[in-house]
Design a protein around this ligand. Sequence first.
Ligand code: ADP
Length: 535
Amino acid sequence: MQDAPLLIRDILRHGQQVHGDSSVVTVEAGGHRTATFNEVATRTEKLAAALTRLGVEAGDRVGTFAWNNQGHLEAYLGVPSMGAVLHTLNIRLPADQLSYVINHAEDRVIIVDASLIPLLAAIRDELKTVETIVVAGEGDTSGLGDTLSYERLLAAEEPGFDWPDLDERSAAAMCYTSGTTGHPKGVVYSHRSTWLHTMAEQASSSVGMTENDRILIIVPMFHANAWGTPYGAWMAGTDMIMPQMFLMGEQLAAVINEHHPTLSCGVPTIWNGLLALDTPIDFSTVRAITAGGAAVPQSLIEAFEERFGVTIVQGWGMTETSPLAAFGLPPARRRDGHDAMYYKVKAGRVVPGVEVRVVAEDGTVLPNDGTSVGEFEIRGPWVTGAYYKDEDPQKFHDGWLRTGDVGSLDPQGYMTISDRTKDVIKSGGEWISSVELENAVMSHPDVFEAAVIAVPDPKWSERPLVAVVPRPGRSPAPGDLVAYLTDRVPRWWLPEQWTFVGEIPKTSVGKFDKKVMRAEFADGAYEVQHATPPR
Ligand code: ADP
């Protein structure tokens, strides 16, 4: 066979040549703007020419500090194709972490959306390697010192860029983990890993985007590559709807009503937020929603099916795994007579190309029997083999990445995630799954959200504390919730300690932030109510 390198340049060319008429819609205040793939590709060529004129060379890092929009897509396509490295910066990182990741990656150029200038200006003085800041859109740039205008840079260039031949194993992009577990760590994707991941994503056994689809990309492009959807959609000719900052419930409902997506993707909190609205939402065109990044509660999947007739498919992955590694379509042949929901609540089924195994604390590999519980380890061509300039041997084991996720794998390749290693509740020598307990509590009709953390206990070492956000106008009592849980979880899991809060703290990407919750508990910020479960 011929040996052609797998390059993002060729993803770009394919979409440009074959799907030139597909479109990218960017939502704006009071309207939207649309561009065809052809137009986007031409602007991408001009972006590469402009960056070259600015002195950007192969291997240089170009940061993006941007919402999901057309310009961000141009950077996704153009920066790697010219041989530079796209570094997507998380706009919600705390200032100290943001300057840390920019300095650590040694970004030379940052492309920033005008609406985000203040966040970048606040740390401008800390940035040691950034020579040029390019501003997309109009805004007061004074806090940033010298800047260049994205549009003016592009206007000065001609279409047609001579894309270089690159080594498929060279760096294409990088993303730092959002730091739920300490300071952020960089993951560097290669052209090859991105290409293979894009193929996996396009497969009909996973997201399966086609030219007939319109995907509303809610998961941020600065978070784990928007789960790879921009490249997948570009390769497949899928129209993209980019919501920018219009992500609050009502705004998102308006975007769905106006732009009729067939697919969408986002963390569970986004979908839960839509459920709480009274506004009518027209989901009639939506054939599937991918949710992941955190456990998707059964109550959420059921509510979407019942209220909107929409299937939520769960995916599992990490920044370290590009991220798609498992996708939860139920199997055609269901063993043991389980219904489809049994599979939908699992994290997903391992996608072809990656291997997953379950490993006990002593390092032994456990059987894929659906019941043996241990830490998931993963390997494959789009799984990171190291962190960028950050030795962390603990995270690797015989060439496998240790995921920090705990659970079991069944014989058909479905993963059940019961916890993250740092969140499990060790009670009397046994493990209580905080995720399962949360899901059970969240299925109660009076509960909007619930998160469970381990708190110290003199007798059992740790016990669960449940933080509950009640639905508006409801005030469930701990005793009622315990009674409700009695048939749903093992008796010894039944929580004695409850607290009722206005909201659950969330990370920069919208997941329950249990690190913050543990600190709040330790500071005495929770008013704890007690229940006496039946034993
Ligand atoms: P962070 O560690 O900052 O949250 P990532 O965004 O890379 O970084 O998140 C990866 C983690 O998200 C996984 O290790 C896992 O704990 C969690 N996760 C992703 N998908 C799921 C899912 N479907 N069910 C449960 N947890 C999930």
